[in-house]
Design a protein around this ligand. Structure first.
Ligand SMILES: [Zn+2]
Length: 157
């Protein structure tokens, strides 16, 4: 797995630095990537990278401040326009579902794939054959969660 920083600025985008987002390239065999936070302009940063939105598998949101989520509806809608057909799951604190449903519904965004929001308040929140994800509450002005991605031991290695 490999981390790629798409934006590291807090508050507002600047010409030099984009607001928060980070991509995690998953193992080679999996051919997908995950996104942590999605500030405004994240899809432009992805266009400048070798990442393909259609390969985006999960999005993990730390908290609901605008500089971490204002890029989400646009990115999700572009994923559909760019041939993304596989399901997408977005994880984050309570309120995320209402934000996304409202933005995507009133903009009449047509989604060619199935998307799900999993709202959580920390704990063990995700597990599949290869990885598990644990979330821990962080100190911030609003409810905020850090994520720990743990790769499971592979049989025979
Ligand atoms: Zn914040």
């Amino acid at each position: 797995m490999e981390l790629e920083f798409l934006g590291t600025n807090a508050g507002t985008p600047s010409l030099q630095r984009n607001v928060t987002s980070m991509a995690l390239r998953m193992f080679e065999e999996r051919r997908t990537f995950w996104l942590f936070d999605c500030g405004e302009g994240t899809q432009h940063q992805i266009l400048r990278s070798s990442l393909k939105l259609s390969k985006l598998e999960h999005i993990w949101i730390t908290h609901l401040h605008g500089d971490h989520i204002f890029g989400l509806p646009g990115l999700m809608s572009s994923r559909s326009n760019q041939g993304g057909t596989t399901p997408l799951t977005v994880f984050g604190p309570p309120g995320l579902k209402s934000f996304l449903e409202t933005s995507l519904n009133i903009s009449q965004s047509r989604m060619e794939y199935e998307w799900t929001v999993v709202e959580h308040e920390g704990g063990m929140i995700y597990e599949d054959d290869e990885v598990k994800v644990e979330s821990l509450k962080l100190e911030h002005r609003i409810d905020s969660y850090g994520y720990r991605v743990v790769e499971k031991d592979k049989a025979g290695s």
